[in-house]
Design a protein around this ligand. Structure first.
Ligand SMILES: Cc1cc2nc3c(=O)[nH]c(=O)nc-3n(C[C@H](O)[C@H](O)[C@H](O)COP(=O)(O)OP(=O)(O)OC[C@H]3O[C@@H](n4cnc5c(N)ncnc54)[C@H](O)[C@@H]3O)c2cc1C
Ligand SMILES: *[C@@H]1O[C@H](CO)[C@@H](O)[C@H](O)[C@H]1NC(C)=O
Ligand SMILES: *[C@@H]1O[C@H](CO)[C@@H](O)[C@H](O)[C@H]1NC(C)=O
Ligand SMILES: *[C@@H]1O[C@H](CO)[C@@H](O)[C@H](O)[C@H]1NC(C)=O
Ligand SMILES: *[C@@H]1O[C@H](CO)[C@@H](O)[C@H](O)[C@H]1NC(C)=O
Length: 499
């Protein structure tokens, strides 16, 4: 017995001295003495290294003093209490990570601090009485679909199987089902949230309704969400896949996209992404169309103008379940990634300008970049129908009431293998979206909204929601986090205090 005590004590002391080596250390040391001690890991340990290795973006593998991987909301609450208590003597910073798909270093990880990795909180359960699916934050959308399909149910989640639930739902969330059932965040009926003081609350239409609204678009400014209860609907196979065409078809595709995007009678089952792409892995410049029709109907009429482009290079479309469709969009990468976004009116000249700038980027990269790299530029219709029912469901903070017309939400997605090329890719990505922005402003086709889940570090999606929404989010943050824990101790992500 005495022997066992000695071993336990020795283990604890070694963790403490290990942790005290760095900044943020007082918190790691206190966590190592708390009830979650077994969930804390340090550099060189398997859990720590596996967590870092599973970040989507190689640049985002920072060096936290320790990583803590809670299993339940109560443990998350305990961690927040330990961190805030320890911070009263010496502030220590922390980060929250669910799927780890945001490619902004520091948004979901922290140097010399504590990263709360929700990895083990990854389950999905369905309640037939309420029709709601309860999904834990670090579930990946592929696992959610695999859990729900055998029960005949589906939710409006991410298009890629590897994407995490946690960040996706707090930024808005666009699914193939968005034209039918609205934005993913508006399909959340209830959030379980750990507030700054460690209280676990439930935010929904009836209790804490302001917090409920603010979480839909407001990201990590108000608390750590430990469970999302989502509305479900009947699961059916979809017709979908990706069709690749020669780059020469880009104008035909843009014209079809304009007509599709402006069609007042657009079929609500028809989701679509048109993208331009180039990859060193198969070095031909191409145009791709991702057709995803949320009913098992082959070649539906909704896309007939696109089907008039007949010279495709490859075509993966077929009738398949959502879990299979999402696997095609999934992507685990060890590469370096940049996402940026800009929105503009549905306008052919602005679309053509995106293609002109895209070409400049590719030419420049072909001359200067090394290693493996890839550029994808995605054009998606953001439809007013996505948020038509939003108010009735408790509202969100995206400010969509301002828009009476559909618009294009553009995403540039650059990935590359060589760290020495970081500046080259990052600067060209900025040139691309800044160039589109400038053209749209002069053509009168600019749209202020920036989609948070595709925004880059220097972009300011929260401000883009509008001044009234910023004021509202500031008031909610002040009410639920009066001491500013999620502003000052959680430095990563888009902060309402900086909007
Ligand atoms: C391959 C790929 C495909 C994608 N497809 C889509 C798509 O189809 N539709 C779409 O809309 N978006 C898509 N995205 C973008 C995606 O929505 C964002 O990257 C999103 O942030 C991913 O969530 P995550 O949990 O993996 O991210 P993380 O990086 O873990 O988190 C993102 C941010 O949210 C915060 N956060 C995470 N969990 C919590 C929590 N539980 N409580 C409080 N704060 C939290 C983090 O601190 C961080 O700031 C895609 C991204 C990739 C890489
Ligand atoms: C503290 O850091 C130093 C230098 O990085 C390292 O050599 C040493 O092993 C660390 N000590 C502990 C206890 O981890
Ligand atoms: C949840 O995480 C555990 C531990 O990493 C893993 O074994 C399990 O497969 C995951 N479950 C899902 C649904 O992703
Ligand atoms: C792609 O081309 C093949 C071969 O010509 C054709 O059978 C298929 O229908 C085309 N796909 C689309 C979506 O037009
Ligand atoms: C925790 O914070 C919330 C929101 O500010 C507050 O309503 C609640 O009373 C606090 N709980 C405790 C135990 O202090």
């Amino acid at each position: 017995m005495r022997h066992l005590c000695f071993i336990l004590l020795a283990a604890t002391l070694s963790e403490v001295s290990h942790a005290q080596n760095e900044t943020g250390s007082n918190c790691c040391a206190d966590l190592a003495l708390s009830s979650v001690s077994l969930r804390v890991s340090y550099p060189g340990e398997a859990a720590y290294e596996a967590s870092l290795a599973s970040y989507f973006d190689g640049k985002s593998r920072l060096s936290p003093s320790c990583i803590v991987q809670p299993q339940f909301a109560e443990e998350v609450s305990g961690i927040v209490k330990v961190i805030t208590a320890a911070s009263s003597s010496k502030p220590c910073q922390f980060a929250v990570r669910s799927g780890g798909h945001t490619p902004i270093p520091g948004a979901n990880n922290v140097n010399d601090g504590i990263t709360i990795d929700l990895l083990y909180m990854n389950g999905t359960t369905y309640n037939a009485d309420t029709g709601l699916a309860s999904i834990s934050p670090a579930a990946r959308w592929g696992s959610v679909y695999q859990a729900l399909e055998p029960l005949g149910r589906m939710v409006a989640g991410g298009r890629g199987s590897t994407v995490g639930v946690g960040g996706f739902l707090l930024g808005g969330g666009i699914s193939h089902y968005a034209p039918r059932v609205g934005l993913s965040c508006d399909n959340v009926a209830n959030f379980q949230v750990v507030l700054a003081n460690g209280s676990i609350v439930y935010a929904n239409k009836n209790t804490d309704p302001d917090l409920f609204t603010a979480l839909k678009g407001g990201s990590s400014n108000f608390g750590i969400v430990t469970r999302y209860d989502m509305e479900t609907f009947e699961s059916e196979d979809l017709w979908g896949g990706i069709v690749t065409y020669p780059a020469s078809t880009v104008d035909q595709h843009f014209k079809a996209l304009v007509n599709f995007g402006l069609d007042p009678n657009r079929d609500p089952n028809a989701a679509l992404i048109v993208f331009q792409g180039y990859s060193t892995a198969s070095p031909t410049d191409v145009v791709r169309a991702a057709f995803d029709y949320t009913k098992p109907v082959v070649r539906p009429d909704a896309y007939k103008e696109f089907f008039a482009v007949t010279n495709n290079i490859s075509d993966t479309t077929k009738i398949q379940p959502m879990s299979a469709i999402s696997a095609e969009f999934g992507s685990d990468t060890t590469k370096r990634v940049q996402f940026r976004t800009v929105s503009f009116k549905i306008d052919l000249a602005t679309l053509q300008e995106t293609a002109r700038l895209y070409k400049l980027v590719i030419t420049e990269l072909q001359a200067k970049a090394s290693g493996q790299w890839r550029v994808s530029c995605l054009h998606q219709v953001w439809s007013t129908s996505y948020t038509a029912d939003s108010e009735a469901k408790g509202g969100n903070v995206l400010g969509m009431e301002r828009y009476t017309e559909n618009f294009i939400m553009y995403q540039s997605y650059l990935s590359w293998s060589e760290a020495k090329d970081d500046e080259l890719f990052i600067d060209l990505g900025i040139m691309l979206t800044d160039g589109i922005q400038k053209f749209a402003a002069s053509a009168g086709t600019d749209v202020k909204y920036l989609y948070l889940n595709y925004a880059d570090k220097d972009q300011d999606p929260l401000t883009s929601y509008g001044a009234d929404k910023v004021d509202f989010m500031k008031a909610v943050a002040a009410e639920y986090d009066p001491s500013g824990v999620y502003q000052n101790l959680l430095p990563g992500g888009f902060k309402i205090s900086k909007a």
